[in-house]
Design a protein around this ligand. Structure first.
Ligand code: NAG
Ligand code: NAG
Ligand code: NAG
Ligand code: NAG
Ligand code: NAG
Ligand code: NAG
Ligand code: NAG
Ligand code: NAG
Ligand code: NAG
Length: 857
């Protein structure tokens, strides 16, 4: 199992306060710091393996590495036990039953032994776990897809061995000829007899009937995902110290919404409370209301030539879903139907309580190489069977490799090429500097590719390593280390050539932004140096870092490090090569973005904001959403930047730019916030609405000169046009012909709803996400139908007898018609209509318009 450290403990507090379940108490538990001392690290007590009863005294030696990777915890990784002569066996006295065996590896140089020279096999109680295994190649494979990062330094392999009447668990390391073996840590934890071992066959997918999971089968955990939720460290598990990873890096396409549920989860006899932590069941990824158009798909690379057991965890957390048949979906594993009628309420006798389902699938090895292939897991609503909601959802996923002829060993991955060298320093003449940092999110290690096919963004394989439980605190500052690196001031100066003027790429209210190169000039970063601030500013700086370092999302720019030496306040982000969204709309001299790419950028940014608002247990309001705070990486993936930092300004009186920064930017500012000083996440929704219009019209949110008064404020101008049904007239001319009319209408509707005067009437960001995704679907459907889209607003797209009725209605109608959905029958076809009531944004007049959208069912 591959894991990586991330400081997320506080996320768990939310759930631990409501957790009533007693954790499972393992009967056998060993945790060895191989080659090192007995020590307690992050609430876990590690024992030395020196002179212990588990090992014979000869034939091995210990070493401490000098390679200290910043993201690798010291315990247990910096020390190792090595074997370069013959086989070597650890013997653990245990009771009978299934045991987790976790092996911790950090391939580094130990004494003179180089990691790339080490090949060895590991066996246990008659099972081959690893054969001619190279930890170096494995780590290199795991690290390949980390954008601009060195290979993943450390990882854990997790196995389950059933100990049958032998009273001992032996772990034998055998070096390959002329090589050596090493191990950094060993963990053994017993688990409930019937958690994974069952006396009935799991459902078999495909032709070959899979095995039953009984005592003679050994398992290796390949993935364990808290779908739609956060990473859970071993200490957050139900007593077995399992690590649960995030799932977003494995998603094909930027699809699905994450859901969070805050009440306690009710476990059952079938699904006892140790099955998975509450937080796994309390979070999920669901497809949203437009799910008929796509498959929610995860891609999970695995070795071919083995059987795999997939355990899918479900629980109902969406309040509207309350009964059998309300939501029925299909599940596909490797493109074969695993469930035609997945219905959680049917499975759980109408309760919706947690439940898991096991499936076994064989991954064919077509060329005998055993190479990695993607295991596909997909789901989509069953439109024929569903009675109420077209949706599909998943809360958790575990994937295990099963022993084949008592072996789990696969081939070593090929040596991966090292990450590409950094781009040459950008032309640094200061003639055109973006107003804010050009930065990219440290995206939690996700490989982000853009596939032009269908315009889908593909977040493929993420590789991670490390062990969050070993996240350590910097001794003196109390700030997080691990994922969030602490830089020395010297490192920062080296990276920026002593804050050289030519390295400046941006100037903001808080200070300068420089481009810098770190890690032997391999990695380009954006370095933001905050102005010397008051004491209070310094305190807030630390508070903010603690908060920001916890936020990880593909659609957020996240911090990769900071420096607080010598009273400096420096923040380090990845460099983001495509600059700000604004550059691509009207400011820069960049080629114009096509419409679909603009839509995808909007969807991405909306997801980032949705995560900010709901991803952690406290609402985070950005306060300054605008097109210069949405940055684009080399694949035009949108990342929201500068969240949380608005609070970092100095507290001195009379400093103007701070107060404007705190309040937001003209043209994006929520009128309700402005009037009543009440800040809610709906203020971000308003600002985002202004961004949507900017994207549509390619003009600034405010134009002070040279336009009629009514056109000065884009939000008002856009709403006015939307209300009159003339939105198409103000669309950027360069893309006007690309936009499908019903897509424009949906888009306009979303922007309009975001810009409503009353915050309570604005949608939440998840709703914005799914509506924009719907707009994208409409665009794609129209393109498919027509081959080419005509720019004629009245022309039907062919797909949906979409119609627009505009007529003035009386003021008293407004209160009832905000948004009203009804079924319609029109010339033999049925569909759903949505009516929108809309007051004119111009407060002086009382004109009201109603528009109506009709969609086919
Ligand atoms: C969890 O399960 C254990 C073992 O059955 C039991 O002792 C404990 O009371 C359970 N906790 C809850 C809250 O059900
Ligand atoms: C094993 O390693 C030790 C320590 O580095 C070294 O002294 C010894 O010669 C090595 N033995 C072999 C067979 O390589
Ligand atoms: C192993 O790595 C070292 C550097 O750490 C390198 O000099 C050497 O060439 C590598 N050996 C092989 C066989 O790749
Ligand atoms: C484990 O090793 C011990 C001592 O080497 C041996 O007595 C025992 O039979 C072994 N157990 C298994 C399951 O192989
Ligand atoms: C072990 O694997 C390496 C690289 O995958 C290969 O070069 C070597 O021949 C293998 N050794 C054995 C004994 O299979
Ligand atoms: C487990 O032990 C029992 C009793 O000793 C034996 O009959 C059975 O074959 C063993 N199972 C395996 C998988 O070794
Ligand atoms: C599943 O189908 C997709 C295309 O629809 C294909 O690319 C993929 O290789 C298939 N996966 C498997 C495991 O057959
Ligand atoms: C979803 O995946 C299944 C299995 O690969 C495929 O048959 C189906 O056409 C897909 N549906 C959509 C909407 O892509
Ligand atoms: C496992 O053993 C069976 C029969 O003993 C054999 O047919 C099969 O090829 C073996 N599989 C592997 C992967 O070695």
């Amino acid at each position: 199992m591959f894991t990586f450290p991330l400081p997320l403990f506080s996320f768990l507090l939310l759930f631990s306060t409501t957790t009533t379940a007693q954790p499972y108490k393992p009967t056998d538990y060993f945790l060895l710091n191989c080659g090192g001392a007995s020590v307690t690290s992050n609430d876990r007590k590690w024992d030395t393996d020196e002179r212990s009863k588990f090992i014979p005294s000869t034939t091995s030696f210990t070493s401490t590495t000098n390679n200290h990777h910043p993201s690798t915890p010291e315990i247990p990784y910096y020390t190792a036990r090595l074997f370069n002569t013959s086989s070597f066996t650890y013997t653990f006295p245990v009771t009978n039953g299934p045991k987790f065996l976790r092996l911790y590896f950090y391939p580094a140089t130990y004494s003179s032994h180089q990691a790339n020279q080490s090949y060895f096999s590991v066996s246990s109680n008659g099972y081959t776990l690893l054969s001619n295994f190279s930890a170096f190649l494995t780590a290199s494979y795991l690290g390949t897809n980390l954008v601009g990062s060195p290979p993943v330094p450390n990882f854990i392999k997790e196995f389950i061995i059933y100990v049958n009447d032998t009273q001992s668990l032996n772990v034998t390391f055998t070096p390959s000829p002329n090589s050596y073996a090493f191990i950094n840590g060993i963990e053994i934890v017993s688990l409930p007899e019937n958690l994974y071992y069952k006396s009935k066959y799991p459902k078999s997918i495909g032709q070959s009937a899979g095995p039953m999971i009984k005592e003679d089968i050994g398992l290796e955990n390949i993935y364990r995902l808290n779908v739609g939720g956060i990473q859970i460290p071993p200490t957050g598990d139900t007593g077995m110290y399992r690590m649960w990873d995030q799932d977003y890096g494995y998603l094909l396409s930027a699809a699905g919404l994450t859901q969070v549920y805050k009440n306690p989860i009710t476990y059952t006899a079938e699904t006892p409370n140790y099955t998975a932590p509450e937080v796994v069941y309390a979070t999920q990824r669901s497809m949203g209301k437009l799910s008929e158009y796509y498959n929610l798909t995860w891609l999970l690379p695995v070795d071919s030539g083995f059987y795999y057991m997939l355990r899918l965890h479900f629980c109902s957390i969406i309040p509207e879903y309350t009964r059998k048949h309300a939501v029925i979906f299909k599940i596909f594993i490797n493109n074969q139907t695993a469930e035609q009628y997945a219905d959680l309420f049917y499975w759980t006798q109408g309760t919706g309580f947690p439940v898991f389902k096991d499936y076994v699938v064989y991954v064919y090895d077509s060329d005998g190489s055993g190479r990695k292939q993607d295991l596909w897991l997909a789901m989509t609503p069953n439109l024929e069977a569903t009675e109420e909601y077209n949706d599909a959802f998943l809360n958790g996923l575990e994937v295990f490799k099963l022993t084949m002829n008592r072996s789990l060993a696969g081939p070593n991955p090929e040596l991966q090429p090292t990450p590409p060298s950094p781009p040459p320093p950008s032309p640094t003449g200061k003639k055109k500097t973006p107003p804010y940092a050009v930065i990219i999110g440290g995206i939690g290690g996700a490989l982000v590719l853009m596939l032009s096919v269908l315009g889908f963004i593909v977040f493929r394989r993420v590789k991670r390593s490390g062990d969050k439980s070993d996240e350590q605190k910097s001794k003196d500052s109390g700030l997080p280390s691990g994922r969030c690196r602490r830089f020395t001031i010297q490192e920062v100066k080296d990276a920026t050539k002593e804050f050289d003027e030519t390295r400046v790429i941006g100037r903001g209210g808080f200070g300068m932004v420089y481009i810098g190169y770190i890690d032997n000039d391999k990695t380009a970063v954006a370095i933001k140096r905050l102005n010397a601030l008051s004491k209070q500013g310094f305190h807030e700086f630390r508070t903010e870092i603690r908060l920001l370092s916890k936020l990880r999302h593909v659609q957020l720019v996240s911090l990769i490090g900071y420096c607080d030496d010598e009273g400096e306040m420096v923040l380090v982000y990845d460099y983001m090569s495509n600059g700000t969204l604004q550059d691509h709309l009207y400011k820069g001299k960049k080629p114009h973005l096509p419409w679909k790419r603009r839509l995808e950028i909007c969807i991405g940014a909306a997801k980032g904001l949705h995560y900010l608002h709901t991803g952690v247990n406290r609402v985070i309001i950005h306060r300054d959403v605008k097109s210069t705070n949405i940055l684009l990486d080399e694949n035009f993936v949108a990342k929201v930047a500068d969240f949380g930092l608005s609070k970092l300004g100095p507290k001195e009186k009379g400093v103007d730019y701070v107060s404007t920064a705190v309040k937001g930017t003209l043209g994006y500012m929520d009128p309700e916030y402005y009037k009543y000083q009440q800040l809610t996440e709906k203020s971000d929704v308003y600002s985002f609405g202004a961004v949507l219009l900017e994207v549509l019209c390619s003009r600034p949110a405010v134009i002070n000169q040279g336009v009629p008064d009514e056109e000065m404020n884009l939000a008002e101008w856009g709403r006015k046009n939307y209300g009159k049904g003339t939105l198409h007239e103000i669309v950027d001319k360069r893309i006007r012909d690309e936009i499908a009319p019903n897509c424009l209408m949906k888009f306009g509707e979303v922007a309009n709803s975001c810009l409503r005067m009353k915050g309570s009437k604005r949608p939440k960001m998840d709703e914005v996400v799914w509506r924009l995704e719907f707009a994208l679907q409409l665009q794609e459907a129209a393109e498919k139908m027509d081959g080419e889209v005509s720019g004629d607003m009245k022309g039907g797209s062919g797909m949906s007898g979409n119609q627009e009725f505009m007529f003035p209605v009386k003021e008293e109608d407004v209160s009832v018609v905000e948004e009203y959905e009804y079924n319609y029958e029109l010339e033999g076809s049925t569909g759903v209509g949505i009516q929108h009531g809309l007051t004119s944004t111009d407060g002086s007049s009382h004109e009201v318009f109603v528009s109506e959208t009709i969609l086919p069912r």
